[in-house]
Design a binder for this molecule. Sequence first.
Ligand code: AMP
Length: 180
Amino acid sequence: MSADDLDERLRELIREVPDFPKKGISFKDLTPLMAAPEAFRAAVDAMAARCAKSGWRIDRVACPEARGFIFGAALAYRLGVGMAPIRKPGKLPYKTARMEYALEYGTDAVEMHIDAVSPGQRILLVDDVLATGGTLQACVRLVEKAGGIVAGCAFVVELAFLSGRKKLEGYPVFSLVTYS
Ligand code: AMP
């Protein structure tokens, strides 16, 4: 599939759900894309190809719950590396490191097992959607706190009008489908 064909096919399969989870938000629902075997595989293969083309050396994938796990795990399998889950507080069973981040109102946090990333390991961060970038920025900081090196950040969808890339300035970023 050419890059243009893939872009068109993925857009067809990304369902926009208005006013979810709250009024004014147009939610990009990737479940139809995940349900279409050839498109799901093509999306994961395209992400792997972009990593290879960019020459990123990747030792491990790290990805935030919940939808980041879906693409992160598939991509880790495809790349032949392991995967480190990043979760909301209190979900991981072993000792964790935590990173707090600001929300519009209040704060939130992400956690990762203390042995999920080793010093010097090159980490690919993966999520389904780059929106404001707050979540991924916290994940970057968490990986770096553990001594990991962020090799790149990969997304299926980017909402460019929310300027999430600004929060990831200085890090290599790609997305398969951009909404401007
Ligand atoms: P962010 O604003 O980049 O921190 O986004 C937080 C998380 O919510 C990301 O992991 C995205 O997967 C998800 N998210 C944010 N906005 C949307 C949206 N409009 N559609 C689908 N997922 C979203």
